[in-house]
Ligand binder design. Structure first.
Ligand SMILES: [Zn+2]
Length: 200
């Protein structure tokens, strides 16, 4: 059990340790990672101390995820990124070092080589002024959501029992197996990277 008076992120949430804050509401705080994998790399934490995501009550986790989604939009816009990676580790075995639940929101750029989650991002040294400018850019992006209004869902027609194909008559669409393997591989790469890249 972590002593909340000594928890690094609780101390940041209480304002005892300075951080480049980019977003704050009643329950959530977001600030720049001091070892950014890319300019704009942001950490999103619940203000209340939970060691892992799994300890959070559903309602609080739901609000927390809404904030993570908001930050993904803000960071993307704030640093003109072309993509966003969101990562979270729970427990030492997963590479979690600060025992206070946190999500990494990492902007991704089309100039990165190689692109995608298989790349291992190295830390970048950014000076104080640059970090301030980035924090300001992300903070200002708060009022400009990038999401489009959601279209009305199409009415769903339920198939009658007779029209449902029996398992034996089900065919895998061509390439489906290959796709599955690819997804599995990417997931593995992500896990590998998570252990190495997102240590904090
Ligand atoms: Zn804490």
């Amino acid at each position: 059990m972590v002593d909340e008076s000594k928890c690094l992120f609780c101390r940041i949430a209480r304002g005892e340790i300075p951080a480049k804050k980019v977003y704050e509401d009643a329950d959530t705080l977001a600030f720049l990672d001091i070892n950014p994998r890319n300019p704009g790399h942001t950490l999103v934490i619940p203000k209340k101390h939970y060691e892992t995501l799994m300890e959070m009550p559903d309602g609080e986790a739901g609000n927390y995820f809404a904030s993570i989604k908001k930050l993904a939009s803000m960071v993307m816009k704030g640093v003109n990124a072309q993509g966003i990676s969101v990562a979270n580790s729970n427990g030492q075995a997963a590479g979690q070092v600060v025992a206070h639940v946190h999500f990494h929101v990492i902007p991704r750029f089309s100039t990165e080589t190689p692109p995608g989650l298989e790349s291992i991002l190295s830390s970048k040294r950014l000076d104080e002024k640059t970090m301030d400018q980035i924090a300001e850019g992300i903070t200002k992006a708060s009022g400009k959501p990038t999401e489009q209004p959601r279209p009305e869902p199409e009415p769903v027609e339920r198939p009658s029992l007779e029209s449902v194909p029996k398992p034996s008559s089900l065919k895998q669409p061509e390439g489906e197996e290959h796709k599955k393997k690819q997804v599995k591989k990417e997931f593995k790469d992500f896990e590998d990277e998570d252990g190495i890249s997102f240590d904090f």
